[in-house]
Ligand binder design. Structure first.
Ligand code: DCP
Ligand code: MG
Length: 438
């Protein structure tokens, strides 16, 4: 390929000139922003995250703010959504109470978030990503994975150069900066994008994965939150390096399926694919609320109604699914999905709902949600769904009851039977969003 040169010399992120020898500055334009890495032209999974996203959009739209510390936040919640990098120097951070932020940086300019604008800009960035590859997996309003492996022919350039051009394009056309992480897997691409913020471009290759991870904290592993970190701490495990010395069997005995994830990710083994939106086959239903909700009781009632809707669809199509997916979008548009695999595929509202509740329980921590959804994936039509449970007699009774309810509904319509969970609990707060069957 014409644009390939010695990866150890690399190329310039600003003018893209290939470098003919190792130097501190670009031999063509003098920029110090050179990219080089032994695996530079072999890595194809990228993670992109915008820098100080809301604040950068506001600065772009009001140039007077450019050199001032800017905090986005306030409103009812009274916390910082984000702060520009100038305000961060003074110690302002996301999620900090506003009064604390203003103590740290009294001369900061505070701006209320304009979500509609940020959503619009987020879409523009996403569209630019889709110009590069259909394999774009958005994670939140300002970040996404891209799989560029196999696009060299199309672009006449390897992914590293394509991504450098992408970040230049976002700066030029949208007036915003992004940070890019490039690796061979999602796990390390995401870690890399956080490394040199703002305007960063970091690379983690396969060769260095083990050594890179060795001294990093276990919390860097996807899925290790506060509670699980405390469990690991109790067991004396603090670094990823410690996990690298442990075998799969003991890890799984101690931590179940999470043990398998610890085993694999600690060794830089991550085969998760970049899944574009709507790619995986699933049946789901979701609802956006008129007002954000944080209470378990209210969410459970809505979840019950959604589970029944999903179940009705599955039964109508005579299919079942093995994986239950709970989707939550918080007030700041961060999307969480949690899933659990069942021993057998199901089409029963009761199982979908109960699994959904157990996933939901862990996410109730005062966060205010604007959307909840439940879905079933790993679909099958092979008739092996919901075998009678010989151990859990209650589950069998509920399954029998559900079949009876289905019959009643078939005769008298859906409103004829309300369960205890939904009865009278779903207030006008919930407005129906279109369901998806994809
Ligand atoms: N956000 C929020 N509340 C939080 C965290 C984030 O409202 N607790 C919003 C504001 C951010 C946007 O989401 O601009 C993106 O979140 P990031 O975590 O990517 O933070 P930033 O893009 O602001 O900064 P960074 O440069 O660290 O990515
Ligand atoms: Mg960001």
């Amino acid at each position: 390929m014409a644009s390939l040169n010695n990866p150890q010399f690399g190329f310039c992120r600003d003018c893209l000139a290939n470098q003919a020898h190792e130097a501190k500055r670009c031999q063509s334009c003098g920029s110090p922003r050179l990219l080089r890495h032994p695996e530079l032209y072999r890595l194809g999974i990228a993670h992109v995250d915008c820098d100080a996203f809301y604040a950068s959009v506001e600065k772009r739209d009001n140039p007077e703010l450019r050199n001032k510390p800017v905090i986005i936040g306030g409103g009812k919640r009274g916390v910082v959504s984000t702060a520009c990098y100038i305000a961060r120097i003074h110690g302002v951070k996301s999620a900090m109470p506003m009064f604390k932020a203003l103590e740290a940086c009294p001369h900061a300019i505070v701006i209320k978030p304009d979500m509609e604008k940020y959503v619009r800009v987020g879409r523009e960035i996403r569209q630019m990503m889709r110009d590069l590859t259909p394999l774009v997996e958005p994670l939140s309003i300002d970040e996404a994975f891209l799989d560029l492996s196999g696009t060299e022919r199309l672009h006449h350039d390897p992914p590293a150069r394509v991504m450098a051009q992408f970040s230049n394009r976002v700066e030029r056309e949208l007036g915003l900066s992004v940070s890019v992480g490039l690796s061979y897997c999602k796990f390390l691409a995401k870690i890399a994008s956080d490394f040199e913020k703002p305007r960063g471009f970091s690379i983690i290759g396969e060769e260095e994965a083990l050594t890179f991870l060795r001294d990093k904290p276990v919390t860097m592993i996807w899925g290790v939150g506060k509670a699980f970190d405390a469990t690991l701490e109790r067991d004396g495990i603090r670094t990823i390096g410690q996990l690298q010395t442990m075998e799969l069997g003991p890890l799984m005995r101690s931590y179940g399926t999470m043990g398998q994830r610890l085993y694999r990710l600690s060794r830089g083994m991550d085969t998760r694919r970049v899944e574009p939106e709507g790619e995986s086959k699933s049946v789901s239903a979701e609802t956006t609320f008129n007002e954000d909700i944080s209470s378990m009781e209210e969410l459970v009632a809505i979840l019950r109604a959604l589970s029944e809707k999903v179940s009705r669809r599955l039964k109508a199509a005579d299919i079942a699914g093995r994986t239950i997916v709970l989707k939550l979008k918080s007030r700041d548009f961060k999307l969480k999905t949690r899933n659990r695999q069942l021993a057998d595929p199901t089409q029963l509202a009761d199982r979908i709902f109960r699994t959904g509740v157990s996933l939901l329980e862990k996410e109730i921590d005062g966060t205010r949600y604007r959307l909840i959804g439940i879905g079933v994936s790993d679909l099958t039509d092979d008739g092996r769904a919901d075998p009678l449970d010989l151990v859990d007699v209650q589950a069998t009774k509920r399954a029998v009851a559900e079949t009876a309810i289905d019959k009643l509904r078939g005769k008298f319509g859906n409103q004829a039977v309300e369960t205890g969970y939904t009865f009278g609990k779903i207030k006008s707060r919930a407005k129906e969003a279109p369901d998806e069957i994809d």
